[in-house]
Write a new protein. Structure first.
Length: 276
């Protein structure tokens, strides 16, 4: 069995299929780890989600900010954004089944030495704590009254962790860290506007993974979300969002060998490429 982690797909279905061909993925024997943002902005969100649902036994998935946004839009909590490409999915006959499957996915996933999350972890969190906190959000998403959480999910505050937080404030901090985080202060205060490259990080902030004495340094972290960072591999850290949607490439990493495979944005996905 081979295991592959794949960066943000964002609805680029044809590119995703080309990458599966490149790595020789076999749904009967292999396993895919998807770092979130499966859908939205690319033209094939419905096709991506249908493929994932059909092959769910071969997948390990964490939710990204675009996946959560789609759940909020689907439930009428907020209107679609101008650049959303969710119409085909929202109008499909099987949307309820697909969205129900989506909201039952992980916020963070750990197996052995690997921990996968869409965006990042706050520096105070050990891997064990992060998995426990992710479970709190997963429980909120999977309960019958999940709309209560979705209605209060958006917001930038609180912008730092406090173990005494309760209710929606606690869930919001956990969700923001795991699906939106790129940079923070050394004390773990999150900043959400920055999306650029490492040399352009605002003064007073550092990449979340570069905070000294980060408590999760003892596990191998796989994440996406930060397309401007690109492919970034170092000891115990693997960033796999390589900006496929923006004309970059889609990346897969073999979890056993660390070997990288990439494909360019497929011509059938290029028609929906939009500006950041």
């Amino acid at each position: 069995m081979a295991r592959y982690a794949i960066g943000d797909i964002q609805g680029c279905f044809h590119t995703f299929q080309a990458l599966l061909d490149r790595i020789g993925f076999n749904a009967q024997t292999d396993q895919l780890w998807l770092v979130g943002d499966l859908i939205n902005r690319g033209s094939g969100s419905l096709e991506v989600l249908r493929w994932c649902y059909e092959h769910q036994d071969s997948l390990r998935v964490v939710l990204g900010n675009h996946d959560l946004h789609a759940l909020v839009v689907m439930n009428g909590i907020v209107p679609p954004h101008r650049n959303d490409t969710l119409n085909a999915l929202l109008q499909s006959k099987d949307r309820d089944v697909l969205f129900d499957w989506l909201r039952h996915q992980h916020l963070a996933y750990q197996c052995g030495d690997y921990l996968m999350v869409h965006a990042g972890l706050l520096p105070q969190w050990t891997a064990e704590q992060a998995m426990r906190y992710a479970g709190e959000v997963e429980a909120a998403l999977q309960q019958d009254d999940y709309l209560h959480f979705l209605k209060h999910m958006y917001g930038n505050l609180p912008n730092h962790w406090n173990a005494s937080l309760t209710g929606v404030d606690r869930l919001r901090v956990i969700t923001n860290a795991m699906t939106r985080l790129r940079v923070c202060t050394l004390q773990g205060e999150m900043e959400f506007k920055f999306k650029g490259e490492l040399p352009d990080i605002p003064e007073g902030y550092v990449p979340w993974f570069d905070v000294p004495c980060r408590a999760s340094q003892d596990v191998q972290l796989i994440f996406g979300h930060w397309s401007a960072l690109g492919l970034h591999q170092r000891k115990n850290l693997y960033a796999l969002d390589t900006g496929c949607l923006w004309g970059g490439v889609l990346t897969a990493m073999n979890l056993e060998t660390k070997q990288i495979a990439q494909v360019d944005l497929h011509p059938l996905d290029k028609s929906m490429k939009i500006k950041k």
